[in-house]
Design a protein around this ligand. Structure first.
Ligand code: NDP
Length: 449
């Protein structure tokens, strides 16, 4: 590793000791960019890396709300405005009990690079709360979202910072957040939040975009290696927004999805997962994936334990981790390789540990990194923002064809950057290099701010 990179990485580790996920995300990027730093000595003088790892602003706030028993509950809210180098801050909100500063910082840091890869003018941000939406009534969700927005509204806006969904934040939560934002601002600022329902300014195909985009990226990556998705077996972790629409597109491309999961366990169905049933259980009933075997007794269900993800136990051609960070570790990677996996694509953010990625790549498994492969969601959010600005709607087909073009371009840029910097076929390095180059040049041109 280049000595300047090493110095900044060590400083970052010391300064952010209690933030393992953030350090993991920074290390992953820094491990790839030596070939760029080597030919741009001015980056050290301009403190490019030091500035890149320090968020422009962090807001942490109290979120008090009343539950259905009229008791006061207090959660913690976060918004990290990491980088406005190439556009307004942009990135989702996560509501999950595991949320802390390290997780939001890692997600915000990743978002800067991902957003640059889309080729669209959006900066990087992330936010959320340790609030757990599971088991809460609709009114509790509404009261929490309203209280969260009572503080967040001061910091966002369609040209300032544009939040969207993430784990635990879907159309229902975005609706409550937007309603409260509109009331507080006394203005209809449609582009201040994305992931809105299509009835009030959302974009067609936004719901599907991250999962569909992942499959477009996988198709391109496989094609570059003379392969295709047709008749391949697939395991997808999670059964939320990303997982469900990844499954839908994988099936449309001729693959057979045989396994899906949630935080409690995984279902394996040899004949192919019935996606309509998964949608019914997870999107409509907000139930548990285990209920799948009540309808299909020939399917298999295995419970997860803290150190065991059953979803990676199965023999499949393609694995798509689409649930959460660090859900696929070295042991899982070894099992997948032993069972003959040929490609892994990250639908979730940082779902694979770094040693798992290195192992998979060393065994010749094609690897699609999250920053590039799941960028379709935020790209379509940017398309939602432009529709809101134009006060106009594109059709589903128009949005999907823009998404497809964006994903093809992202793949081509990753492929070219990897080739140009001597790591052909390594799309992790390609994605990091392509995004970093753009951001560093933008930083160089904007002065010390
Ligand atoms: P959802 O909340 O819709 O779904 C999350 C899914 O992952 C659920 O099935 C959930 O299970 C499961 N899950 C969550 N935590 C864990 C855990 N600790 N262990 C096992 N399973 C878990 O979220 P999304 O689909 O929106 O997001 C999934 C991932 O994709 C996240 O990493 C997110 O950052 C990333 N992403 C999302 C984008 C989007 O547009 N939504 C865009 C780009 C990335 P359960 O039902 O039991 O909670």
């Amino acid at each position: 590793m280049n000595s300047y990179i090493n110095k900044v990485l060590e400083e970052t580790k010391i300064k952010n000791q209690d933030e393992p996920e953030f350090i993991q995300a920074v290390s992953e990027v820094f491990n790839s960019i030596s070939p760029v730093i080597d030919v741009h000595e001015e980056y050290e003088r301009l403190a490019v890396l030091e500035r890149m790892v320090e968020p422009e602003r962090i807001v942490i706030f109290r979120v008090p709300w009343l539950n259905d028993k009229n008791e006061i509950v207090v959660n913690r809210g976060y918004r990290i405005q990491f980088s406005s180098l190439i556009g307004p801050y942009k990135g989702g909100l996560r509501f999950h009990p595991s949320v802390n500063l390290s997780i939001i910082k890692f997600l915000g840091f990743e978002q800067i690079f991902k957003n640059a890869l889309t080729g669209l003018p959006i900066g990087g941000a992330k936010g959320g709360s340790d609030f757990d939406p599971k088991g809460k009534s609709d009114f509790e969700i509404m009261r929490f979202c309203q209280s969260f927005m009572n503080e967040l509204y001061r910091h966002i806006g369609q040209d300032v910072d544009v939040p969207a969904g993430d784990i635990g934040v879907g159309a229902r939560e975005i609706g409550y957040l937007f309603g409260q934002y509109k009331k507080l601002r006394n203005a209809y600022e449609g582009g201040a939040l994305t992931g809105k329902d299509v009835t009030y300014g959302g974009s067609l195909a936004r719901k599907e975009a991250t999962g569909y985009g992942l499959l477009y990226y996988m198709r391109e990556m496989l094609k570059a290696d003379g392969k295709s998705l047709k008749d391949k077996t697939v395991a997808i972790s999670g059964s939320g927004n990303v997982a469900i629409y990844a499954c839908e597109k994988a099936m449309a491309m001729g693959a057979k999805v045989v396994a899906m999961s949630d935080s409690n366990g995984a279902v394996y169905h040899k004949n192919g997962i019935d996606l309509d049933l998964i949608k019914q259980i997870k999107e409509v009933k907000r139930g548990r994936i285990k209920e799948y075997i009540n309808v299909y007794p020939d399917a298999m269900y295995i419970e997860s334990t803290p150190n065991f993800s059953p979803i990676w136990e199965y023999s499949v051609d393609i694995a798509l981790p689409c649930a959460t960070q660090n859900e696929l570790n070295l042991e899982d990677a070894k099992k997948l390789v032993e069972h003959g996996v040929m490609a892994v694509g990250e639908g979730a953010n940082m779902p694979c540990t770094y040693d798992a990625i290195e192992y998979l790549q060393s065994k010749g498994v094609l690897f699609a990194p999250a920053k590039a492969a799941n960028a379709g969601g935020v790209a379509t959010s940017a398309i939602e923002m432009s529709q809101n600005s134009m006060r106009y709607y594109y059709t589903f087909e128009e949005v999907e064809s823009k998404l497809e073009r964006i994903m093809i371009n992202i793949f081509k840029n990753c492929e070219k950057a990897a080739k140009d910097y001597g790591c052909e076929g390594n799309y992790v390095a390609g994605a990091n290099i392509a995004a970093f180059k753009q951001l560093a040049e933008a930083m160089k041109m904007q002065g010390v701010v």
